[in-house]
Design a protein around this ligand. Structure first.
Ligand code: AMP
Length: 425
């Protein structure tokens, strides 16, 4: 016997009813982002490897060790996208979207690929929902993006997420600070592990992001970027904080938050959910004013975020789940072979009105019928016997209320419709 084929390590099959929730979350994102003027972009999953090397940065874990990179049949180096911001920036330039009125507001959703060690909440193929605002450099855009993001998450029922916020300042601020931090960590390099030793030369700011417990203590004592911000950066951040306060976005300042990617400047943020365990970051984002220029384009400021959809779904509030992972509302069951076609017709007439119904095409004993309706999670059982069909009626069993009525088939929709639409319970 041949060995069965299994899914690739670090990937998942998303199964129903969970897929219903994914679709519902995505629909919610489309709706809310749409009210802010965001439009969807779909970029290819494969890109030239250079795109990520030039934007995400060679010193990052993503480019250094996590990319799915392979030569195509002509030997060109391609990479399965490990994130989508770089692709959006490339598409923005390639399709000359800068000729449209600024800012350009785009959202995307779809799979990303990183060769990481799989564990709970961390996969090699995972999905992100993200948005990018390209073409405005002011703090009002930062604030609007964060307001939109929190509104989206609130709509899903989240109420205790933590928004962590920091500023990395502009290029001048960071160049100053880089020197200060380089001097500090060089002095204490004996306390740094191998990865951080390497970062000391490539990108010392990233040491602040270390997860190594022994290094965290050193990071706590490191000089703060706050003391090296330019006047403009200070004002940008102060204005953002004031706006977030006034629009009721709950946040906390986290000076050690620097984010993994190289291209950020000014505002950076993460949203965490303590319920997620070790992999608790739900969303990350920030401003990347240099990115478009690094790709050979004009000086265009931008910012964005990416939500990890797998993790979002893992902690999705029960209220949203209940509302959206609904099983079919009713099972239509003929009691004899003669009634099968009538059952199909009744089911069809209900579906036309938007009511979700499954129909039984084989006659079954009551016992197995009840078992089935229970397993499917349907609330109603619609029974069609000889008498009912002859009289144009149907017997409706409500398994929640434990009640039963026999009524004309044309009246069933009136009973089921409000429940399908969540008007009554
Ligand atoms: P990043 O692009 O690294 O800023 O990640 C943004 C979000 O994507 C994170 O906050 C996570 O929720 C999610 N994410 C990143 N890497 C993974 C992964 N390997 N598996 C699942 N989710 C991930």
């Amino acid at each position: 016997m041949s060995k069965s084929i299994k899914r690739v390590k670090g990937t998942r099959d998303l199964l129903p009813p969970e897929t219903q929730l994914w679709a519902a979350v995505e629909a919610e994102a489309r709706e809310i982002f749409g009210t802010y003027g965001y439009e969807e972009i779909r970029t290819p999953i494969i890109e030239s490897t250079d795109l990520f090397v030039r934007t995400v940065g060679e010193s990052t874990d993503i480019v250094g060790k996590e990319m799915y990179t392979f030569p195509d049949r002509r030997g060109r180096s391609l990479t399965l996208r490990p994130e989508t911001t770089a692709s959006v920036a490339r598409a923005f330039l390639e399709n000359r979207l800068n000729e449209r009125p600024a800012p350009t507001k785009l959202f995307y959703m779809g799979p990303q690929f990183r060769y990481e060690r799989p564990q709970e909440g961390r996969y090699r193929q995972f999905s992100q929902i993200g948005a990018e605002l390209i073409g405005d450099g002011g703090p009002f855009s930062d604030a609007e993006l964060l307001v939109m993001l929190t509104r989206f998450l609130e709509k899903l029922g989240f109420s205790h997420l933590r928004v962590q916020l920091n500023t990395l300042g502009d290029e001048v601020s960071r160049a100053n600070y880089r020197q200060v931090i380089h001097a500090f960590f060089s002095e204490h390099s004996d306390q740094l592990g191998e990865d951080s030793q390497r970062r000391l030369e490539t990108n010392p700011l990233r040491i602040l992001d270390t997860k190594v417990p022994a290094e965290r203590a050193l990071v706590e004592r490191a000089p703060r970027l706050k003391e090296h911000l330019s006047e403009e950066s200070r004002e940008h951040f102060a204005c953002l904080c004031r706006l977030l306060d006034s629009f009721g976005v709950d946040y906390s300042l986290d000076e050690t938050l620097v984010r993994g990617l190289d291209y950020y400047s000014h505002t950076v943020f993460e949203i965490v959910d303590e319920g997620l365990g070790a992999q608790n970051a739900l969303c990350g984002g920030g401003r990347y004013d240099r990115l478009i220029r690094d790709l050979g384009g004009p000086e265009v400021p931008a910012l964005g975020f990416a939500i990890g959809e797998d993790r979002l779904l893992a902690v999705l509030p029960e209220s949203f789940r209940r509302e959206h992972a609904a099983p079919p509302l009713a099972l239509v069951a003929p009691l004899g072979t003669v009634e099968v076609e009538a059952g199909m017709r009744l089911a069809e007439s209900l579906r036309e009105l938007g009511i979700s119904v499954v129909a039984e095409y084989r006659t079954q004993k009551f016992k197995s019928l009840f078992k089935k309706v229970d397993r499917l999670g349907c609330r109603f059982l619609l029974l069609l016997g000889e008498d009912e069909v002859a009289a144009g009626k149907v017997t409706v069993k409500d398994l929640h209320e434990r009640s039963q009525v026999t009524l004309p088939q044309k009246d069933v929709a009136g009973l089921l419709n409000p429940i399908q639409n969540g008007v009554t319970s």
